[in-house]
Design a protein around this ligand. Structure first.
Ligand SMILES: Cc1cc2nc3c(=O)[nH]c(=O)nc-3n(C[C@H](O)[C@H](O)[C@H](O)COP(=O)(O)O)c2cc1C
Length: 170
């Protein structure tokens, strides 16, 4: 599968099979994030893997969008150690963490797994439950698993702006 095929095939999967995800695949997803580019190569991010029954039970209390997936990833950017653009003081921690998360999301697809980028979760509560996440800007939660046999894209999946609505030649 080439890159454009991968992008076209991906959709937000919200229904998972009752099947565990192999540790090798979890490590490949982490590796896809590890290799992401970051501003000044500061690498101001962290990836948390939630897969024990106890940790999953805790994490599932902060969102309805866990979709009972067997694994949850959380990705955070660390403003303290990120590049700050001197012209306007912009901190790039969220940009860096988002690139990491995007690479991970596409790796999930390539591995035959499914996920949805979840932003709807109570981040302060999650940080209270998992103190290691404090001090990070939590940009994504990814419920990951094998898509259920009846998993399908939601109608929004096919609703995209046209080329001319999103790009212009100046
Ligand atoms: C930053 C971001 C946050 C999102 N948060 C949620 C969420 O909390 N819950 C959810 O079900 N989907 C969430 N989504 C998925 C979008 O709804 C979905 O990507 C969009 O409708 C397009 O559908 P597709 O991914 O199937 O192409 C989020 C996507 C992004 C990029």
């Amino acid at each position: 599968m080439n890159y454009m095929e991968l992008i076209r095939q991906r959709y937000s999967c919200r229904r998972f099979a009752d099947r565990p995800v192999e540790t090798e695949k979890i490590e490949t997803i982490i590796e896809a994030g590890r290799l992401a580019p970051t501003a000044t190569n500061a690498q101001p991010f962290r990836i948390w893997v939630i897969r024990t029954p106890e940790a999953l039970a805790k994490a599932r209390t902060v969102t309805r969008c866990h979709f009972d997936a067997p694994v949850l990833f959380v990705i955070g950017g660390k403003p303290d150690t990120a590049w700050v653009r001197q012209f306007d003081g912009r901190n790039f921690a969220d940009v860096d963490a988002t690139i990491v998360a995007t690479q991970m999301m596409l790796a999930v697809e390539e591995l035959g797994l499914g996920t949805t980028w979840v932003g709807w979760f109570d981040a302060p509560k999650l940080q209270e439950l998992f103190p290691a996440m404090q001090g990070y800007d939590l940009v994504a939660m990814f419920p990951v698993g094998y898509p259920a046999a009846d998993a399908v894209p939601a109608p929004k999946h096919t609703q995209r702006l046209s080329r001319d609505e999103i790009a212009e030649d100046l």
